[in-house]
Ligand binder design. Structure first.
Ligand SMILES: CC(C)(COP(=O)(O)OP(=O)(O)OC[C@H]1O[C@@H](n2cnc3c(N)ncnc32)[C@H](O)[C@@H]1OP(=O)(O)O)[C@@H](O)C(=O)NCCC(=O)NCCS
Length: 178
């Protein structure tokens, strides 16, 4: 996938290491709005770390594993989505997403995640797509609901964010039960 249209002026594209400078600029602009839920936004505090983060995804993708995409709105990188895990042998993958505040409430992540889910099921023959979100992260849980996912349960105290422990809800779509 070189690029996939999401809406007027909005596109989903592979986010590769050669875009590290652009990605770092996005984190500088918008990272503070992601840090409550996305620890990597705090850790990416210099350009070399942005490049390493993207290279980690590129290396994993080359081995058939996790992968990351960017969302551009009117030519500006405003967010992204990723398969945080992608285990083709097990047929199981998990999705994640983030947006700068100005790109929210337009359905961009829901559309991107739908496209990725279709690709996972139809092109890659995956059986299960997961979405995990801290119980208190209502906008994230709303995405899982919009994707038609089913809530499977809560992993109690499964995540630490900014020194605070969180319960995590697990949601999923199953290929042959959609
Ligand atoms: C989670 C996050 C990506 C959700 O962003 P979002 O903009 O609410 O999600 P979407 O892009 O799917 O947009 C949905 C919103 O657009 C609206 N919308 C407009 N057109 C739409 C369309 N065609 N399809 C779906 N939704 C549409 C929806 O009504 C909804 O707005 P509402 O909440 O006011 O009802 C965002 O809150 C975020 O980046 N949070 C910080 C990082 C984070 O927590 N990531 C998830 C970790 S698990």
């Amino acid at each position: 996938m070189l690029s996939h249209p999401l809406a007027e002026g909005a596109e989903l594209r592979a986010l590769e290491p050669w875009r590290a400078e652009e990605f770092y600029a996005f984190v500088v602009r918008s990272g503070v709005h992601l840090t409550p839920w996305m620890p990597w936004a705090t850790d990416t505090d210099e350009p070399a770390k942005a490049e390493r983060w993207l290279q980690g995804y590129a290396d994993a993708q080359a081995r058939g594993g996790r992968r990351v995409y960017g969302i551009w709105l009117d030519g500006l990188l405003v967010g992204g989505t990723g398969f945080a895990t992608f285990d083709a042998r097990a047929g199981v993958c998990s999705l994640g997403a983030w947006l700068a505040p100005e790109a929210r409430r337009r359905g961009l992540v829901t559309r991107a995640a739908r496209h990725m889910t279709e690709w996972a099921f139809e092109t890659r023959g995956m059986s299960r797509v997961e979405w995990a979100a801290a119980t208190r992260n209502e906008p994230s849980i709303a995405v899982a609901k919009r994707l038609g996912m089913e809530r499977e349960g809560v992993l109690r105290s499964a995540l630490t964010l900014g020194g605070v422990r969180h319960d995590v809800e697990v949601w999923s779509l199953i290929a042959d039960r959609r």
